[in-house]
Design a protein around this ligand. Structure first.
Ligand code: BJ8
Length: 432
């Protein structure tokens, strides 16, 4: 796929049958193709195995949607989610598909602002706008969506979203006491019952055991990729690392793990040949903070265009999604749900209080990834990450870690200002 002939493929008839606004959506499709081509295919020295992931972007509104429609025909559920707390293992155990619907695009925000307040998180507005404007085939395919109570913007938007698509809400505890785990376990059990009702099937211990292994394998493949990115010089760009983490939320999980492992084999070979994707002198940056949903590549693009390389994302579209695994040894559903809940309770989202585990995790990942500086990224109006940033900054000061904090949205308006700040930050690292 060359930069000149790349395009995101069009499937107007299928989109029509899904009730989409085809004329408008087709413009977004073309724009995505152009931005992807410019941002990704212009990179030098990319691993050959990225071809599979580029192909998934080419087929993002077609091939993968068709696969989901095939699953749907068999009566299995397609469940949309917005948070890594929703236990995808349960959906996979029922033979269904779990797809992340977080919005990372400015294009759908005007649709959301017709009804939602302007001063809330762009991720929430973007996701809502995709449904309201009928400009996302994934939103049109799902049987229902599962939201959660992590932050106020999400929690209250689900009530409005429910008018457009059946929206269920899981109550995420805000603390990590014993009784909070109990609450979460009950919520997971209700989730399982709901999924079973939709597909008219009781999930067996074998189903759940297999699903746990499938999703563990996906997480292990992403862990392996992260370990490889820690090498110096980095064998793959941060933009490609982020792309793979984003694709993890909609690709078929068994195939995805296989392809990530094939890519990792290639990266190991590169390391043996000491062939990095950038010069050894390129500053190594770890990005920490709020998730960057597809196609939000803004900050990674700025960092890497300025000559540095991103080596890790401490984020839900990043390590927070795959750092923990589920114990595979349990053989009855109650015990499996119990260990599943344990794993999910380890997610250190800033919606928890206190959440000092995240500060420790940021420091650990900084060390493990051999980074030379941390860029904290917070989406505009995300109060929990914006405030938790204070503790991350203090920890960086304490350990003399070069640090930059930015708050941004999806508009291109602040690109110039961000570029100046990022370049100054990289200069500071280069001078050390
Ligand atoms: S577990 S980080 S995926 S909630 S950025 S919508 S918190 S205002 S994304 Fe998240 Fe789950 Fe937490 Fe992860 Fe609200 Fe903040 Fe927006 Fe956020």
């Amino acid at each position: 796929m060359s930069i000149e002939n790349f395009e995101v493929k069009a499937y107007p008839e299928m989109w029509e049958s899904l009730g989409m606004d085809v004329a408008r959506f087709d413009k977004s499709r073309q724009m995505l193709g152009e931005v992807f081509s410019k941002t990704y295919l212009s990179q030098k020295n990319r691993p050959a195995k990225m071809k599979y992931f580029d192909g998934l972007i080419a087929e993002i509104f077609g091939g993968r949607i068709k696969e989901m429609l095939e699953v749907k025909k068999t009566g299995k559920p397609i469940v949309g989610t917005f948070c890594v707390y929703i236990p995808e293992e349960v959906v996979v155990a029922a033979g269904g598909v779990c797809v992340g619907l977080c919005g990372g695009s400015q294009g759908s925000i005007p649709d959301a602002e017709k009804i939602l307040p302007r001063n809330i998180c762009p991720m929430v507005k973007s996701a809502y706008g995709f449904k309201a404007g009928r400009i996302c085939p994934y939103f049109q395919v799902v049987d229902f969506v599962y939201g959660e109570t992590t932050c106020d913007a999400k929690k209250k938007t689900w009530e409005i979203l429910d008018r457009l698509v059946p929206t269920h809400v899981m109550e995420i505890p805000q603390m990590k006491k014993k009784r909070d785990k109990q609450l979460w376990l009950e919520e997971v059990k209700d989730f399982k019952t709901r999924v079973e009702e939709v597909c008219n099937k009781t999930i067996t211990p074998e189903d759940l055991g297999d699903a746990i292994k499938i999703i563990n394998n996906k997480r292990k493949a992403l862990q392996r990729l992260t370990r490889l990115r820690a090498n110096h010089p980095a064998p793959i760009s941060g933009k490609d690392g982020l792309l793979i983490e984003q694709i993890a939320f909609y690709d078929e999980p068994v195939r995805f793990a296989e392809k990530v492992n094939e890519l990792c084999d290639e990266l190991e070979q590169r390391l043996q040949n000491e062939s990095g994707v950038v010069e050894k002198s390129a500053p190594r940056i770890m990005v920490s903070g709020t998730p960057m949903a597809l196609p939000n590549w803004k900050v990674h693009n700025l960092i890497e265009t300025a000559g540095a390389v991103v080596v890790n994302e401490e984020s839900c579209i990043g390590s927070r999604y795959f750092k923990d695994l589920i114990d595979e040894s349990k053989v009855d559903v109650d015990a499996q749900l119990d260990v599943l809940t344990d794993r999910y309770m380890q997610i250190d989202c800033s919606c928890f209080t206190p959440n000092d585990d995240r500060v420790d995790q940021v420091l650990k990942e900084y060390k493990d990834s051999n980074a030379q500086g941390i860029l904290h990224y917070s989406l505009q109006f995300c109060h929990t990450y914006n405030i938790e940033e204070i503790k991350i900054r203090e920890a960086c000061e304490k350990y003399e870690i070069p640090y930059l904090s930015i708050e941004s949205d999806y508009s291109p308006e602040d690109v110039g200002q961000l570029q100046t700040r990022i370049e100054a930050f990289l200069e500071q690292i280069r001078e050390q």
